[in-house]
Design a protein around this ligand. Structure first.
Ligand SMILES: Cc1cc2nc3c(=O)[nH]c(=O)nc-3n(C[C@H](O)[C@H](O)[C@H](O)COP(=O)(O)OP(=O)(O)OC[C@H]3O[C@@H](n4cnc5c(N)ncnc54)[C@H](O)[C@@H]3O)c2cc1C
Length: 407
């Protein structure tokens, strides 16, 4: 049941729509608003970060940032269902999400769950104001799907930690001010019990960031090398050796956000469908079939997303249904890409505003958990099939045979 002062979904939607009709920030409506805005980072536009900060400041001033955060930390304490309504309206209006998306959807909620009061007071407000932008230093060349296999090492030194290692695919690292980091603090413990979670200042000499140029033309992510980087013990989130639980919280919030993202798919789909008739393709059997498949799968994905959000609002999630929802969302991106090709025909070879979204579509099968890993989760936790053999979970991490280490 809604809290007495909580808006009902219809009036909340009307408020969101009215606000978006008069506030476009530094943007014009986009044909593919559902792309994470980081896709365009460094795409030859040096003003990109400034415009992203300005848009987030406008959202914040209008009361549209931190919708799910507690009021005590600048949020509005709204349930996920209303946050999904907002995401949908943002998509329909053709507007991008805030630049500090990771900060707002993953870092802030994880700090709220595991942080000390000092950490909350220090970090939460600058996230909503976009004064400090965040990135996520989890994946490594030898630890992606198997994230608990991280080898980046944090070593105690006085009242702080020294960090050495190599992270990769770090979205937004080249403009981030701070990072969340999963590092190994005990090589003799089993892999899940030897990790610790830290907040790290990215603007220090021990951290070098090399942006990776992608086929979208942008540089959404970077390779990050930590060589003698430092972070004070006061920026450890959770207990030493308890980093896996904190990382799991962060991944849970990421999956919830992906559920909200599902609600966003509407804007891109509707815009593409609207192009079919003016181009004289309404009777083209291939276009019709692809359009029907896209609409059907988009609706299924939307319902899976809403189911996940309702369960989470009721305190029951996100469970394995989040894997289903994310799998479905990725497929919708790829169906959208197929239809965009068919609708644009030879025009698809010319770079236009659809191009970044089309070139981005393949990434949706990897980011936030690959399709294969999600299928494993569904097989084991939804269908109850036998679990994959995991022989290294209980042995000291030091003894685990790895292809990137001599035996
Ligand atoms: C757009 C994008 C943004 C990203 N942003 C970030 C970020 O900001 N921060 C961050 O830390 N990381 C980020 N990543 C990294 C992402 O989390 C990893 O790419 C992902 O977890 C997969 O890890 P990997 O690339 O090491 O692939 P691997 O884990 O090496 O997998 C390689 C292949 O093997 C398959 N595979 C692996 N294990 C199994 C198994 N047990 N069963 C069946 N198949 C398996 C995988 O499905 C995949 O097809 C991003 C990735 C993308 C694409």
């Amino acid at each position: 049941m809604a809290a007495p002062d909580e808006p009902d979904p219809a009036s909340f939607r009307a408020q969101a729509r009215a606000w978006l009709a008069t506030h476009a920030g530094p943007y014009r409506p986009s044909a593919s608003p559902d792309l994470p805005s980081v896709v365009f980072a460094d795409a030859g536009d040096p003003t990109w970060v400034d415009r992203g900060r300005a848009w987030q400041a406008e959202l914040r001033a209008g009361g549209w940032a931190g919708l799910g955060w507690p009021e005590a930390y600048g949020g509005r304490d709204l349930p996920l269902a209303l946050r999904a309504v907002w995401a949908e309206e943002l998509s329909v209006a053709g507007m991008p999400p805030p630049i500090n998306l990771l900060g707002e959807t993953v870092v802030g909620p994880t700090v709220l769950d595991h942080g000390t009061e000092v950490q909350k007071r220090r970090f939460l407000a600058p996230i909503l104001e976009a004064d400090e932008l965040w990135c996520q230093l989890f994946t490594e060349p030898g630890a992606g799907s198997d994230l608990a296999a991280v080898t980046t090492t944090a070593r105690r030194d006085g009242d702080g930690w020294v960090l050495d290692g190599h992270k990769t695919w770090t979205s937004g690292a080249h403009y981030a001010d701070f990072a969340i980091l999963l590092a190994r603090t005990d090589w003799d413990a089993p892999k899940h019990r030897g990790c610790t979670f830290f907040l790290v200042d990215m603007r220090q000499p021990g951290i070098s960031v090399a942006p990776v140029r992608q086929m979208t033309g942008g540089s959404a992510f970077s390779d990050v090398v930590l060589a003698g980087a430092r972070t004070p013990d006061g920026l450890r989130l959770g207990d030493e050796g308890a980093g896996w639980a904190v990382a799991t919280t962060a991944l849970r919030h990421e999956r919830l956000h992906l559920g909200l993202g599902l609600a966003r798919a509407g804007g891109s789909v509707e815009r593409l469908l609207a192009e079919i008739r003016p181009r004289g393709l309404a009777d083209d059997p291939v276009v019709r079939q692809l359009a029907a498949r896209l609409v059907t799968e988009a609706r299924c994905a939307r319902h899976l997303g809403w189911r996940m959000l309702s369960l989470a609002d009721a305190g029951a999630g996100p469970g394995p249904e989040a894997a289903l929802a994310k799998l479905a969302a990725g497929r919708v991106s790829r169906r959208w890409d197929e239809l965009a090709d068919a609708v644009r025909g030879a025009g698809a070879m010319v770079r236009d505003e659809y191009t970044p979204a089309q070139l981005w579509a393949p990434a949706t099968r990897i980011a936030g958990g690959t399709d294969e890993i999600l299928k494993n989760v569904i097989a084991e936790r939804v269908l109850g099939l036998p679990a994959e053999p995991r022989t290294d979970a209980s042995m000291p991490f030091r003894d685990v045979t790895r292809s990137d280490r001599p035996t």
